[in-house]
Design a protein around this ligand. Sequence first.
Ligand code: 1SD
Ligand code: ZN
Length: 258
Amino acid sequence: EQSFGYDSGELDPSHWANEYKTCSGKYQSPIDIEENLVTKVNLPLLRFHNIDTLPTSTTITNNGHTVVLQLNYTAPVMISGGPLTPTYRFTQLHFHWGVNDSLGSEDLINNHSYPMELHMVFSNTDYDDEKIALTKNDGLVVLAMFFEITQEDNPVYSEIVNTLGQINMPDQTSNLSNGFTIRSMLPESTEHYFTYKGSLTTPPCLEVVTWIDFKHPIQLSHNQVQAFRMLRSKHGQLTHNSRPVQELSGRPVWYNVG
Ligand code: 1SD
Ligand code: ZN
C-alpha cells in the first residue's frame, strides 16, 4: 500500500522523493504549459476505438487518493494515431481536484488552474500488461481533460456524483448501474491538444507517460465538483489531490493545431 498524501506534513508532495526517488526526476508531471512557448504541429488524426459502447459493468472506488472508475467491455477501448506509434488500451479513469473552484488541475495552461482534471489511463498494447508497461518509457498514455464550472449540472456525471456518498471512506467500492460511454466523456473537439513526455503525477512518479491534454474544457457545476471534496482519505478529508507543477527541464511541448 502506497503511503503518500497531499496535506502538508511528512506525506506531502515535497516529501514524496524520500520514499520514491523518481519523484525528484528531471522529466516529471504535472507542468505549466505556456502557450507562447509550445511548438505548433499538425499530427495525424488521433483515433479512438470502441468508444461508443456502454461498458458491461463499471466499478467506482475511493482508493484514498482519488476516485477510480474501472469500466469492463467486451471489446477493449483503445487509442492510436496522433503523436502515438503503437496502440494503447484503456485501463481506468480518475480525477484530480482542488480545495475550491479556483484551482485543482494538475497541468496548468499559462499558469491557469482549472477546478478539476480527468485522467484516462491507457497502456501500450506491445506489452503484456500495465505492470510491464510501467517499466517502459513508452508504456502509458494519459488523456487529460480540464473542467470549467457552469451553472447547470452535467448529466453525464450525475451517476458518478450521486454514487460518491457510497464510497466516502477509503477502499470503499460501488457499482454504477447505467455507466457511460467513453465518447460521452470526451470534450466536443479532440483535435486540439497539447502533448509532452512526463511522469505519473503520483508515487512512484515513473517517467513513462505520453501526456495528451485536450485544449477544450468540459463543463461541471460547482455542486458536482464539491461532491468530490467530501470524500475521505486515510488521514482526513480528501479536499484536494493535485501535485504542484514540476520543472520542464527543456522538454518540448507540442500543440496540435488539427
Ligand atoms: O494517479 C494515477 C495513479 O492512480 C495510477 O492510475 C497511475 C497509473 O498507474 O497514474 C497516475 S496519473 O499520473 O494518471 N495521475
Ligand atoms: Zn491522475
